[in-house]
Design a protein around this ligand. Structure first.
Ligand SMILES: Cc1cc2nc3c(=O)[nH]c(=O)nc-3n(C[C@H](O)[C@H](O)[C@H](O)COP(=O)(O)OP(=O)(O)OC[C@H]3O[C@@H](n4cnc5c(N)ncnc54)[C@H](O)[C@@H]3O)c2cc1C
Length: 201
């Protein structure tokens, strides 16, 4: 089985130390490790993992995780989908976009809404998953929609803000229960909406 996954997808690595991908620099080896840079890469890898019945764990920026020294037996997928497109007062972003980077970029364009997030480590996907917030302002306040893959069906679905079921430190993505050690929904991208402000003031 080991060779099958390595053969199936170039880019999958073996025995990668997860401490190198977490903020607290702890975590043993991932049996298999893949960095998904595009939606297509991610879907292909998830399909292979499903075919091979490999447990999957999804990693964002690794800033809210304490990973055991034993590591993870299965496939860890780091979401690195980092496309950003700003149009009007909306941002179309990949789940792997750095939250702080997006906060600065949107502020530079005179868009208000993510000021609270400057300095919070992690990705947009991780922030949506855990309903990140600071100073009484939440990622949910800016979310218009979220696109996620269902790990059981491998189908993509767009969730409206209401369907995301945001509450304190929670969302439908976190609530959705485990399938072979991982969550059922993998966040791929999101549309965020900001307020136009004059950045020359
Ligand atoms: C110094 C410091 C300060 C912080 N301050 C704050 C704060 O003010 N407010 C706050 O809310 N949090 C804060 N945090 C916590 C952390 O930064 C946030 O929870 C952050 O949003 C986690 O994002 P991440 O990408 O690092 O997720 P990770 O740590 O990589 O993952 C966290 C969980 O999200 C899941 N996940 C990640 N990406 C996806 C995806 N694309 N699809 C599905 N599931 C996914 C993972 O499986 C995991 O279960 C802080 C952390 C640190 C270290």
């Amino acid at each position: 089985m080991a060779d099958k996954i390595l053969q199936k997808l170039s880019g999958v690595q073996k025995n990668v130390l997860l401490k190198d991908y977490t903020t607290y620099k702890i975590g043993g080896p991932a049996e298999y490790f893949f960095i998904a840079k595009t939606k297509e890469d991610l879907i292909l890898t998830l399909k292979s993992a499903k075919d091979l019945k490999l447990p999957v764990f999804i990693l964002g920026g690794g800033s809210n995780l304490l990973i055991s020294d034993k590591g993870f037996k299965g496939l860890v997928i780091k979401i690195n989908i980092s496309r950003i497109s700003l149009s009007g007062n909306k941002a179309f972003v990949g789940a792997g976009v750095d939250l702080t980077k997006l906060a600065y970029l949107s502020a530079d364009r005179g868009l208000s809404g993510l000021e609270w997030a400057t300095g919070i480590p992690g990705t947009v996907g991780g922030a949506i998953y855990g309903s990140a917030q600071a100073f009484g302002i939440k990622i949910a306040d800016s979310v218009k929609s979220v696109e996620a893959i269902n790990l059981k069906t491998l189908k993509l679905k767009s969730f409206t803000k209401k369907q995301c079921q945001f509450s304190l430190k929670n969302s439908i993505f976190k609530k959705n229960n485990t399938l072979r050690g991982t969550r059922n929904l993998v966040i791929v991208s999101a549309v965020l909406e900001f307020q136009n402000k004059d950045n020359n003031l």
